[in-house]
Design a protein around this ligand. Sequence first.
Ligand SMILES: NC(=O)c1ccc[n+]([C@@H]2O[C@H](COP(=O)([O-])OP(=O)(O)OC[C@H]3O[C@@H](n4cnc5c(N)ncnc54)[C@H](OP(=O)(O)O)[C@@H]3O)[C@@H](O)[C@H]2O)c1
Length: 339
Amino acid sequence: LNSLVNRQWRLASRPSGQVSEENFRFVEEAVVGPSAGEALVRVKFVAFEPAMRGWLDDVKSYAPPVQIDEVMRASGVGEVIESNIDGVAVGDWVLGNFGWQEYVIVSAETHARTPLRRVPDGVAPQLMLSALGTTGLTAYFGMLEIGKPTAGDHVLITGAAGATGSIAGQIAKLKGAEKVIGIAGGPEKCSVLVEQLGFDVAIDYKSERVRRRLREECPNGVNVFFDNVGGQLLDDGLINMARNGRIVICGGISSYNDESVPPGPKYYMQLVARHLTMEGFLLFDYADKNEQALKDLGEWVQQGKIVHLEDIQSKIENAPKTFLRLFEGKNVGKQLLEI
Ligand SMILES: NC(=O)c1ccc[n+]([C@@H]2O[C@H](COP(=O)([O-])OP(=O)(O)OC[C@H]3O[C@@H](n4cnc5c(N)ncnc54)[C@H](OP(=O)(O)O)[C@@H]3O)[C@@H](O)[C@H]2O)c1
């Protein structure tokens, strides 16, 4: 094991505006260890999320910025191949903050602070990074704690063919929403929404007039709006809300690569006119409810009530390219890289 080479990506420079492959540097180094009190994990899958763009900026946020020369931070799953930590066994499949690299040494202190989570027997490891991981939890809490769809509701999701949106829409349907409308870019994604994921309606924001389509589909307005995108689409939704509607601000990917702060929503006075609420959240806010959420998600997945899609690219060399897919709209479902 001592002759193992670890190939990894480190942050080379901070992007100003659009992130590019040049912001990362490919490094090969020998694996040293594991020493006493450490375990060695061979990383199998790495997960990508739009929020990682924010970690590249040197600003205060919910997570500290990735430092220059630090291995790019990312959650992953892998197999323990050597272990000197009690309770972590060779052959265990575990989930942790592993980064864009092939091998990771985990110390007992790190494990004590944020324990490696074991992949339950019988669960495909990559599921822990999608429907049964932070993606599923984000959709679950945003939809059920804030959106709270009830029977008969009309529910709107932006970024609907992405990781979070695709699950959020299905949860709304499970809770009895009458009409679930997904907005996504391009005809292929729109057909996935209706044909595979059970959305009632899909709108292609790249070729259709969204505001008008929403007015036609929901003449009485949208009751729950789960927004992943912000910008123009947030306004298109705001102007089509029903009285007492709920707007869940999950994210705003349309401006993550902007150099300046985007203008606010134009139609925010709809909050007054139609008694709307608009609430943002972080999935960690509901950590005390993770157990029940994962139990529900696990059952829905097992019973086929939730279809989960993973877009799996391959090879560590392609990590930056894979990250960029999120902003190019190339991914359908959860963006992963198999190493
Ligand atoms: N609040 C939380 O705790 C939390 C946790 C996780 C994620 N999030 C947020 O949830 C959102 C979705 O994240 P995800 O991991 O599920 O990613 P994702 O939706 O799988 O991937 C990103 C998708 O966003 C769309 N997109 C990219 N640029 C766009 C633009 N300029 N305008 C409109 N759409 C654009 C693309 O789809 P199209 O082809 O359809 O454009 C792309 O496929 C993000 O905003 C993320 O920050 C929040």
